[in-house]
Ligand binder design. Structure first.
Ligand code: CA2
Length: 142
């Protein structure tokens, strides 16, 4: 059975509780439960959310050493700022898919650049929480 980690960065613990017009009404717990239900027989899913850059780096290092099968990451605002997170993902040697709930290209110009995207096989942006499902499906099939 494959193991896939689903990582969420700063503020994504607020999912479903703020700005539902942008991010929808599902909470992060709802998303995690739905992913587990969808993929339970085929995959082991590991969830991690942190509002702290260093905690995400530590988790990625742990996952790299554990040699899991892939990372799905929504880096939140760190997408647009973090060389540190980019280095960590690149150094992990793991297949990465980057997910954004909103379409970052329809939003403010500062969201149009992702430091982390070059470390990913692909980026899914603007499909709402469906992006997480598509990303896990992709990593399981490859
Ligand atoms: O669309 C996405 O998934 C984002 O990665 C979300 C980030 C944002 O900084 C990116 O540009 C796009 C975090 C947004 C703020 O966090 C909230 C999360 C849920 C509800 C309200 C705010």
């Amino acid at each position: 059975m494959k193991t896939i980690a689903i990582l969420n960065g700063p503020n994504l613990d607020r999912l479903g509780k703020r700005e539902p017009e942008i991010y929808g009404r599902a909470t992060l717990a709802d998303v995690e439960a739905a992913l587990r239900t969808e993929f339970a027989p085929r995959a082991q899913l590991e969830f991690f959310q942190s509002n702290h850059e260093g905690a995400l780096v530590d988790r990625i290092s742990f996952l790299a050493d554990a040699k899991i099968d892939g990372i799905v990451i929504n880096p939140g605002g760190l997408t647009h700022t973090s060389v540190v997170l980019r280095d960590s993902l690149a150094g992990s040697g793991l297949p990465v898919v980057e997910v954004h709930i909103s379409n970052i290209y329809k939003r403010e110009p500062f969201r149009h650049h992702s430091y982390t995207a070059p470390t990913a096989i692909g980026v899914i942006t603007g499909l709402g929480i469906e992006g997480y499902f598509a990303a896990v499906r992709f990593l399981l099939q490859r």
